[in-house]
Design a protein around this ligand. Sequence first.
Ligand code: SF4
Length: 455
Amino acid sequence: MLIDTHCHLDFKDFDADRDAVLERSRAAGVERIVNVGSSVEGSRRAVELAAKYDMIYASVGVHPHDAKTATDKVMADLRALGKEDKVVAVGEVGLDYYRNLSPKEEQLAVFKKFIHLARDLGLPLIIHSREAGTEALDILKKENKNGVAAVMHCFAGDRDFLNRCLDAGLYVSFTASLTFKNAKSLRETAAGMSVEKLLLETDAPFLAPQSFRGKRNEPSYLTYLVEEWSGILKLSKEDIERVTTHNADELFGLGLENKPKVAYQIRHGLYLNITNRCTNACDFCVRSQTSFVKGHNLRLDKEPSAEEVIASVGDPKKYQEIVFCGYGEPTSRLDVVKAVAKWARSKGAKVRLVTNGHGDLINGRVIARELVGLIDKVSVSLNAESDTRYNAICKPEFGAKTYLAVQDFIKSCVKNGIAVEVTCVDVEGVDVKKCEEIAAALGASFRLRSFGVVG
Ligand code: SF4
C-alpha cells in the first residue's frame, strides 16, 4: 500500500472526475490519501471528503500565501474542524517568501499560531517553507516546546537544510519535481535523505511527474516517485513503499496493522528475527528507539521455533541470501540457527550470520566448528579498537573479558574456513582505521556501517 501524504482533491480541478481519480489511485496501490487543507473553505471540504471516502484523511490549515486571511474567526473555525473525525494534521502552514502574497510579519505570526494549534489538538504539522531559509525550522524549534511532530513538505532546499530538518527529527517529503529532467541538483540532495524519515506526496493537482509534466497531477502518479526514490536510495520499490507507508502511519496515526515479523525482506535479502534478547546494550542500538526496521515490526511477541522460522521463509532460493539478524543475538538460540541454516543450505541458499560475537560465551563452548557447512559468512560487530571503548559503547553482559572473546570467536571462524566480515559503526571517537587493522590481522574483511542506518 502507498500513501499520498499531500494532495488537494478538494480543488475544482477534480470536480469533474474525482471518483475516477480515486479509482485509478486504488488501482495503482495508492490506498490512503491525506487531503491537505490550504484555506478554511478547503479544510472544510477536506473534512467532508474524509467523511465521504474511506481512503481519504484530512488536514486543516491556511497556506502562508493567505496568512493575512487567518483572522481569529478563521483560527477558531479551524480549531473546531481540527477536532473532526479523520483529521490527522494541521497544514499546510508555514512561510512562503517566494511570492510574499501575505506580509512576512503576518506569515510569521500566523505560523506560530498554527504551531500552537497543532500542539493543542495533538496533531502533527505539515509545513510549507519556500525561500524562507531556515526560518520556519528556527520558529518551529523555538515555539515547539512540546515536541509536535512535523513534515517538511515539497522539499526543495539544499543538503544543509535537509540535514537540519532531519536533525530536528522532521519527516521530509519531496514531490515528483524529483523526476524532472532539470532536477539534477535536487536528486543529488535527495541522495542524502534518510528513508526512515521519508514521506511520499504528489501535491496534486500540481507538479505532475516528468512523463506528465504540465498536466494535472493525481495520486496514482505516486508510483513514478517511488521508482525515482528506488533508484536514488538503492532500495527496491517494495522497500520504498513499505517504509514510507509505515512512516506516514507513524506520523499521522492512521492505525494501520503492522504485526511483528520473523522473516523480513530488505532489498534482495531475507532476514530472520529469531530473538529479541541480546547480551550487549549498545549506545546506538535502534531497539531502544523503535520497534521498526525499514518498516518491518521486529518486536516479537514470542520467540519462534525452528519450524516456525522455516515456515516463515518459504522458498529460500528466492533471495540472494538468508541472514540471521533481527532484534537480538541469534547465537543465543544456536539450535534454531543450526536447524534453519541446515534446511536453507539444503535448498541451495546462501546463509549469513550477523552476530555480536558472543556465541562462545553464551553457549559456554567454542561454536565455530558447529557452524561449518551451515553458515557461508559471519558478520561480527567489533565496534571498537579497544576493550575500554568496547565496554563503554556496547556494555556487554559478560563484562571485561568480552572484547577478547569476540576476537577469539572471529579467529576460530576464520580457522574453520568461514568467511568473516568485521563491522564497526561510525560512532564518534571510534578509531576506524585501527578497527580495520584488527580485522585484517584476524583474517577478516572490514565494513564500516553508518550510524543510524539499519537494514
Ligand atoms: S549487538 Fe546489535 S542487537 Fe545487540 S545491543 Fe548491540 S546493536 Fe543492539
